[in-house]
Design a protein around this ligand. Structure first.
Ligand code: ADP
Ligand code: VHF
Length: 379
């Protein structure tokens, strides 16, 4: 590839509306002597500029264990899981305090979001996390996600925050995942042991050669490059490109935003919306059937619209909010699949109901759509 082609890809990133930015332990923790507050303020200043330019940012931040160790006066990372969990619990408060203080300089609020594996594999919790994050973004608040280290066990933890960052990118359907770390990007081999290794500027997330180049992490980080490259493949499932880049590069986030050629871009390789829909279609089993009138079938097929309760004439199966249901026409032909916003019991109460009648029928309105168009795959 030529420099012009690389540059063209970077220019395209300016269109990325929703960013997930992951900041790793290796960067955040000043070589184990507390939080790198100057670095944090600089990233926060740059994130604020992104927000002011109309982008949305979800932050995934490590650093709880390292900050907890500093607060507790521990020099070495303990091996016992319970001690690590205790350190994370102590450190997490310091971490969010530091971010809240840094964002307060710009009059912005932050929100602490602690997630576990279970939260993202259980459909209802997945959808609730998704709705909360979307609501926070709408409010202009910066969600700061970390793993809920207190409750996880070895078997069911993300462990590294690269994976969590990728799953967060899936969760909020981000356009771009930025992984800030202590190296300038992905090199052809681990630069700590290979001084001749070269920086990769761009590739496809699905290309297996990158996993072969990636090695493990340093003393503070958990996953190394292996988990960052894997995160890029996970993020690509919902259409997000991934940028692995050095957090110590001057003004790194602003430079990415301007299209500067820094770090390694691992491209998702398919249009985000198509990828997202494929993700819905492929990852969740159907739990029920909604029968649509002709108007609703047309709205979905030709108008690319959301499915409203008024167009649903029958509902069957056993489904809860957040499960995938089939949408069929009156002849029984499959029209679409999507994530439903209401349980079967609720759906039965709002068949053929206009939006204005939902509150009376249900006593509350979760969402005006039976299925939002972003969550609908027309077949
Ligand atoms: N091919 C590679 N290119 C760049 N860095 C690599 C590579 N293989 C392994 N690494 C190592 O990965 C480390 C970053 O991962 P990690 O320590 O987990 O940091 P973080 O806390 O930011 O996730 C780097 O310090 C680097 O030594
Ligand atoms: N949840 C842990 C983060 C784990 C971690 O260090 O991950 P990473 O930054 O990907 O190497 C913490 O806050 O300490």
């Amino acid at each position: 590839m030529t420099t012009e082609q690389w540059q063209a890809s970077r220019n395209n990133l300016k269109a990325a509306k929703r960013w997930v930015i992951k900041i790793g332990s290796a960067l955040l923790t000043n070589d184990g002597t507390g939080l790198n507050r100057a670095g944090m303020q600089s990233w926060v200043d740059q994130i604020t500029r992104l927000l002011d330019a109309g982008h949305e940012v979800v932050l995934v931040s490590s650093g709880a264990v390292a900050e907890g160790m500093t607060r507790l006066g521990w020099n070495a990372r303990p091996d016992e899981v319970h001690k690590l969990q205790a350190a994370a619990a102590v450190g997490q408060t310091g971490l969010v305090q530091a971010y809240e203080t840094a964002f307060a300089q710009h009059g912005r609020h932050t929100a602490q979001v602690l997630l576990t594996h279970d939260d993202l594999s259980d459909r209802t919790r997945y959808l609730n996390a998704r709705t909360t994050l979307r609501t926070l973004l709408d409010l202009g608040v910066v969600p700061i996600i970390n793993e809920n280290d207190t409750v996880v066990t070895d078997e069911i933890c993300f462990g590294d925050n690269d994976t969590l960052g990728a799953l967060a990118a899936n969760l909020v359907e981000a356009d771009l995942l930025v992984i800030l770390t202590d190296q300038d990007g992905l090199y052809t081999a681990d630069p700590r042991s290979n001084p001749d290794a070269e920086l990769i500027f761009e590739g496809m997330a699905s290309d297996p050669q990158y996993a072969a180049m990636a090695g493990g992490g340093g003393a503070l980080g958990r996953g190394g490059m292996v988990t960052k490259v894997r995160a890029a493949t996970l993020a690509a499932r919902s259409g997000a490109d991934t940028l692995i880049v050095g957090g110590r590069i001057d003004n790194v986030i602003s430079r990415l935003h301007q299209g500067d050629l820094v770090g390694t871009l691992l491209k998702a390789g398919q249009a985000p919306v198509a990828a997202r829909k494929q993700w819905i279609a492929g990852h969740l089993q159907t739990a029920g059937v909604l029968t649509l009138d002709n108007g609703a079938v047309n709205a979905l097929r030709t108008g690319g619209r959301s499915l409203l309760p008024i167009g649903v004439i029958r509902a069957s199966g056993r489904f809860e909010r957040g499960e995938v249901v089939e949408c069929r026409d009156e002849q029984g032909q499959l029209v679409a699949k999507g994530l439903v916003n209401y349980s079967l019991t609720e759906a039965l109460k709002i068949l053929k109901t206009p939006t204005s009648g939902l509150e009376q029928a249900l006593g509350m309105v979760a969402e005006p759509e039976m299925i939002h168009r972003d969550n609908l795959v027309v077949l």
